[in-house]
Ligand binder design. Structure first.
Ligand SMILES: NC(=O)c1ccc[n+]([C@@H]2O[C@H](COP(=O)([O-])OP(=O)(O)OC[C@H]3O[C@@H](n4cnc5c(N)ncnc54)[C@H](OP(=O)(O)O)[C@@H]3O)[C@@H](O)[C@H]2O)c1
Length: 354
């Protein structure tokens, strides 16, 4: 019997690449879709990424609805899967706390409930800031006792998207522990396009950064010469996700998918600018000052930058020993990231010029 998987967020950027990888390996894959009528378009996209469109089947639902809004037939489809990959999230800046909680926190909990009730392994996608313990403490997250965290205050500090990613992470871990069910979490850095094709979707943070540089909106480098925005290629990320999802020893463990040798933000901007054949900014602006400037009405729109995105630019380095162990075990290596970034820039220029 073939292995079956269930994926939320399959139409998104990471989701499309995950579907390509799972279906190329022959896994029958059910995809939760708010609009199942878009399945042919999704099949085509996944086919173009090297997947097998015939292995993809839609299940109608919405993570913000009770029980994911699954019909009895939908529940039946899920009952035969080996792994649930939870990627769906409302991924944008400026989300209200209510909206972010309804989709990203309650939605993740509904997916966790489904996995736990049917004893299905859950693979959830978090974010690399969840491995930045100093940052979590600085914004008031109590990692030892998350229920003591003042969540509205955390949302006030980091915004709806990041606040809800952090809250959902701890809420799902607690739920799965209480239910005695298995959960594995992968934390990606900011995701860069595919290392061969440069494929990326509009709306991704890296696309915005490339466009801002192309359109001369970057007058200064946020932060110091030590600040960086860690990246990972989407192909490395989905490879890591599939390996850990089927690895019994990864039950209730977490993995960081991040290219440790990512250049400083200044170096990365210089590389992108070189590909774009534009000038890279040389001056630096302290993040605190930029954050303050962005509160001036109209400036955030003029610079096409959101204060929320600045939280991801940090000086913190990460403990990569666990990821390195996993890379050895799965014989997984990061692609040439200078080339992956160059391909991504060219893809953005060719596909989303404005
Ligand atoms: N990309 C990054 O740089 C990055 C970095 C760290 C972590 N992550 C995490 O990785 C995951 C995937 O990110 P991505 O970049 O692939 O996001 P994305 O391209 O914005 O895709 C989001 C996906 O979620 C689905 N979705 C949103 N609301 C939903 C709802 N109420 N019910 C069902 N599906 C819903 C969307 O479906 P529709 O097609 O219906 O809109 C889409 O498939 C997210 O959890 C994100 O937080 C991403």
């Amino acid at each position: 019997m073939s292995v079956e998987c269930f994926v939320t967020g399959g139409s998104g950027f990471v989701g499309q690449h995950l579907l390509a990888r799972l279906t190329a390996a022959g896994y029958k894959t059910w995809v939760l879709m708010r609009t199942p009528g878009k399945i042919e378009r999704l099949r085509k996209q996944v086919g173009q990424l090297g997947g097998n469109p015939g292995c993809i089947h839609p299940v109608e639902g919405d993570i913000s609805r009770e029980g994911l809004g699954l019909s009895e037939a939908g529940k039946q489809c899920v009952s035969s899967v080996s792994v649930i990959f939870h990627l769906a999230a409302e991924f944008s800046w400026g989300l209200s706390m209510e909206r972010a909680r309804a989709v990203n926190v309650q939605g993740a909990l509904s997916v966790a409930k489904l996995a736990a009730s049917q004893r299905i392994r859950l693979l959830m996608v978090g974010g690399f800031m969840l491995q930045n313990h100093k940052h979590l403490a600085s914004i008031g997250v109590d990692e030892e006792c998350p229920e003591n965290t003042n969540w509205p205050s955390v949302y006030g500090r980091v915004g709806g998207y990041e606040g809800s990613k952090i809250e959902s992470h701890f809420a799902v871990i607690r739920y799965m522990q209480d239910a005695g069910a298995d959960c594995t979490i992968v934390h990606p850095a900011t995701v860069c396009g595919h290392s061969e094709s440069g494929h990326i979707l509009e709306g991704q943070p890296l696309v915005e950064l490339i466009r801002n540089l192309a359109q001369g909106r970057f007058r200064a480098v946020p932060g110091s010469s030590r600040h960086w925005l860690p990246i990972v290629s989407v192909d490395y990320l989905v490879a890591m996700m599939t390996h850990v999802a089927f690895d019994p020893s990864m039950a209730n463990r977490q993995a960081l998918a991040l290219y440790e040798h990512t250049l400083s933000l200044q170096g990365m901007l210089e590389q992108i600018a070189g590909t774009l054949e534009v000038k890279a900014p040389r001056r630096h602006i302290p993040i605190g000052l930029l954050r303050w400037l962005l509160m001036i009405p109209g400036l955030a729109a003029r610079f096409a930058i959101s204060a929320e995105s600045l939280d991801f630019i940090q000086t913190q380095r990460f403990d990569m020993s666990n990821s390195e162990q996993l890379e050895r075990k799965y014989q997984l290596t990061h692609p040439d990231m200078a080339r992956a970034l160059e391909k991504t820039v060219r893809y953005v220029v060719d596909h989303f010029p404005h």
